[in-house]
Ligand binder design. Structure first.
Ligand SMILES: *Cc1c(COP(=O)(O)O)cnc(C)c1O
Length: 820
């Protein structure tokens, strides 16, 4: 009899029964057991219900030759929790809630027991997660490939105002969503040397020999589409030692040495590097990158060949790879190596195939993010890959010199190998040379890339470059995170907006002030969300937020370019205004700041300390009397953003113009009805265009102003010209916030007072304070604020990753959706 799976019932009774079965028969627990097992039992019950559609989706995509597929290669997938979102996408939240109530359990509390899958740092990793959700919802045959880190993003707690990092052993209790597929294990090579030989036809070929191998074992996670029976796959690789690793040494009596080798293999996928943006050039990181690229490419080739394909010329018609930043771009050289060395394809055909199936997304212009690996490291770790990169470069430089004969300077600039005392491989250049599509992540960012960093390449290949403005998935970030507002929206415009966010436009007429009932409902929903956040802040920070006050929020990775410091300077200014009794146009505010600093980023860590020190003074000064509250929320992550975004009135997006490639936090806030105070940067510009300047608090220098000012920036002139700024700087310099720890904020003062401050924080102080004063005045008219809030949500349709994915598909991937 053929094995086939039938869909299980999704009614409450059936889910409840399965839940009980898993809890007692599988996990051996009962209702008085640790509540984390309720989560596991429910997750298993749902997994059963996903499995038939999952295997049918895989079969539909996998068994039909000629179905073109895309692969999203990313070192990061910041997935967060799966349970609540899965229920939403399956459309069985209410039934499940009821089923749990029958066991006297609250679904919301069960969901709290799921540990976030924190396999990413910030925006880049979360983008990959939102893309996965949208691809499944659009029924696009897209598979994610990533790394199953044993330890994800570190957990942050605050001690004496300082960030302390704790390891995130997220798999400790097991992961009910993953399916290990050891049958698809791949072997990845490292080290060794390259060896020439003549094949049976007498052709000179290369072999990579004497390698030190590591096994890549795949773990699959289901990506459930929104109510469409499509379940795509995120495949995460775990490194493990080869079976034969220990035999020789074991037989030679060095048992412990052989186990050490095993550990070395497993180290590759032990920990996520916690640096957002900046790279630190560690060998293990390059190992991770190659491990992901090699295992994923081999897996794709295996599947493609298993469908009966033999003509490699066809490969690029069937497959396309999207590389999330330069992190996985060693894939360009690895695909060449596999085709040349393992499949016997000629150089010309291999290069044609590679450059027709690779596409690259750039995520930042900041120079510290540009990955460069020392040639010597490549030589030791990936000698065969280095040879191939040299040959790619030689072919490429020939093309450059044909187009610009004698332009040696251009050749030097464009070379994949950077010359110098230490020679480096420029990964971004490898990606550009090897890809048919190169995109930035917001209109301004793509424009700046073309004018700056990538200019030489644009001259050579203008058609390769394009823009794909980021988005966020409205399932997680509105429907799931904000059930109150979702229900309100659906009650007025129906439910179709969840899969077609442009429908939110229909809310625009309801924003008019005469729609009193809708306004009242909208305001009440916001208020309830603010109570939920206030409870979290109270529990985590011991600070009481009044939901009637303006919730002014900046949550994101702590980085100087994002200018949390500018926010703090404004808070100090507000504090001074209270002390002076300058309360004209005042709005009571609760300022929330949250985010992780890279463990090696001393300045970012000191900024966290400053936020906490300022919060201590402000929150404990009786003169402040509830007019201002400040809190630093520890351990900012996906599940906390699900509570924060729906409760925010004012979204802080205040990066130095030209530095934030896109931002996606800005979109989550907008979707949930927050107004933005922001610079003319990244996707802020497109948000401003969508919602209109009357509903956005724009301030500050533009990207071209910033560049024009560079070289003659004089922060002291801003201090001299502005008594408010002077007062803030003086208070900081006097040690008002650090009486017991003199000097700890000197590094911050020195940075903002330096003519070399790349972020030009003080240049934007006055404009920022003025814009904040406009915010306060706008807040005083609550009816018109609610109108602005509704208009923000109503105008956010463009920022759905459904739109982003449709654009990637239209311009780059060219996949056919596969209806179930
Ligand atoms: C959305 C998100 C980010 C990105 O925020 P930006 O403001 O765009 O930097 C980072 N971390 C988490 C947990 C997020 O949900």
């Amino acid at each position: 009899m053929p094995l086939s799976l039938n869909r299980l019932d999704c009614n409450g009774e059936s889910i409840g029964k399965d839940f009980h079965h898993y809890l007692s028969c599988h996990l051996g627990r009962f209702q008085d057991g640790p509540p984390v097992y309720f989560y596991h039992a429910l997750a298993y019950a749902l997994r059963n219900r996903i499995m038939p559609d999952w295997s049918r989706t895989a079969a539909g995509v996998g068994s039909v030759p000629g179905v073109r597929r895309a692969y999203y290669l990313s070192l990061e997938f910041l997935m967060g929790r799966a349970l609540g979102n899965t229920l939403l996408n399956l459309g069985i939240t209410n039934e499940t809630e009821q089923a749990m109530l029958d066991y006297s359990l609250k679904l919301e509390e069960i969901c709290e027991h799921e540990t976030d899958a924190g396999l990413g740092n910030g925006g880049l990793g979360r983008l990959a997660a939102c893309f996965m959700d949208s691809c499944a919802t659009l029924q696009l045959p897209v598979m994610g490939y990533g790394i199953r880190y044993e330890y994800g993003m570190f957990r942050q707690h605050i001690e004496d105002g300082h960030q302390i990092e704790d390891p995130d052993h997220w798999l400790r209790d097991g992961n009910p969503w993953e399916v290990e597929r050891s049958e698809y294990t791949q072997r990845v090579h490292f080290g060794g040397r390259s060896d020439a030989y003549h094949d049976a036809q007498g052709v000179l070929r290369m072999h990579w020999v004497d390698t030190c191998d590591v096994l890549a074992v795949p773990y699959d996670m289901p990506i459930v589409g929104y109510r469409n029976h499509t379940v795509n796959t995120l495949r995460l690789w775990r490194a493990t030692a080869t079976d034969e690793f220990d035999l020789s040494e074991f037989n030679a009596g060095s048992y412990t040495e052989s186990v050490r080798d095993k550990n070395n293999a497993e180290h590759i996928t032990m920990v996520l590097y916690p640096n957002d943006i900046s790279e630190n050039g560690k060998e293990l990181r390059l190992r991770q990158q190659y491990f992901l690229a090699s295992a994923s490419l081999k897996d794709v080739l295996r599947r493609w060949q298993s469908l009966g394909h033999v003509e490699f010329a066809q490969f690029a018609q069937d497959n396309v790879f999207q590389m999330n930043d330069t992190h996985p771009t060693i894939a360009v050289a690895e695909l060449m190596r596999i085709l040349l060395d393992e499949k016997g394809v000629s150089w010309g055909l291999a290069w044609d195939i590679t450059t027709r199936c690779m596409a690259y997304t750039n995520h930042t212009l900041l120079p510290e993010a540009l990955e460069k690996w020392p040639v010597s490291l490549f030589e030791r770790l990936l000698p065969r890959l280095l040879e191939i990169i040299y040959e790619i470069n030689a072919h490429f430089l020939r093309e450059v010199s044909l187009k610009w004969p004698g332009d040696v300077d251009r050749q030097r600039r464009m070379s994949i190998i950077e010359e110098g005392e230490v020679r480096h491989v420029r990964m971004a250049w490898l990606a550009i040379v090897g890809s048919f599509s190169i995109n930035g992540v917001a209109a301004l960012h793509s424009q700046l890339l073309k004018e700056g960093l990538f200019r030489d390449f644009v001259d050579l290949w203008p058609g390769k470059f394009n823009n794909k403005t980021n988005g966020v998935t409205p399932r997680r970030w509105l429907a799931h995170a904000n059930p109150g507002m979702s229900a309100l929206i659906s009650s007025r415009i129906g439910e179709d907006w969840v899969a077609d966010l442009t429908q939110l436009e229909k809310l625009k007429p309801l924003a008019d002030l005469e729609n009193k009932a809708f306004h009242a409902d909208w305001h009440a929903t916001k208020h309830a969300n603010k109570e939920r956040l206030a409870a979290l802040v109270r529990a985590e920070c011991g600070v009481t937020f009044d939901p009637a006050a303006l919730f002014d929020v900046q949550v994101k990775r702590i980085h100087e370019y994002k200018r949390q410091l500018l926010n703090v300077l404004h808070v100090i200014h507000l504090y001074k205004r209270i002390k002076h009794g300058h309360l004209d146009g005042w709005a009571d505010r609760c300022v929330l700041i949250g985010g992780k600093a890279a463990p090696g980023y001393a300045m970012a860590k000191r900024i966290i300390k400053l936020v906490n020190s300022v919060a201590d003074v402000v929150n404990n000064d009786p003169d402040v009397d509830g007019r201002l509250k400040v809190a630093f929320l520890p351990n900012y992550r996906v599940s906390s953003m699900e509570i924060i975004a729906p409760a925010t009135d004012l979204s802080e997006q205040i990066s130095t113009a030209g530095k934030e490639a896109s931002g996606t936090g800005n979109m989550k806030f907008m979707m949930n009805g927050a107004a933005t105070i922001g610079t003319y940067d990244g996707a802020n510009i497109e948000i401003l265009e969508a919602v209109g300047e009357d509903n956005f608090f724009l301030f500050g220098l533009r990207a071209n102003d910033v560049e024009a000012l560079r070289g003659h920036y004089q922060p002291q002139t801003y201090i001299d010209a502005d008594s408010d700024l002077r007062e803030v700087i003086d208070l900081l310099a006097a040690g008002h916030f650090n009486p017991c720890e003199p000097g700890i904020f000197d590094m911050i003062l020195d940075a903002v007072r330096s003519p070399h401050d790349p972020w030009m924080t003080l240049a934007d102080f006055r404009a920022y304070v003025d814009a904040q004063q406009q915010v306060a005045r706008a807040w005083q008219d609550q009816a018109s604020w609610t109108r602005m809030s509704i208009l923000n949500t109503a105008s956010s349709g463009f920022f759905s990753t459904d739109r982003t994915m449709q654009e990637y598909n239209r311009d780059i991937w060219k996949l056919q959706p596969l209806p179930h």
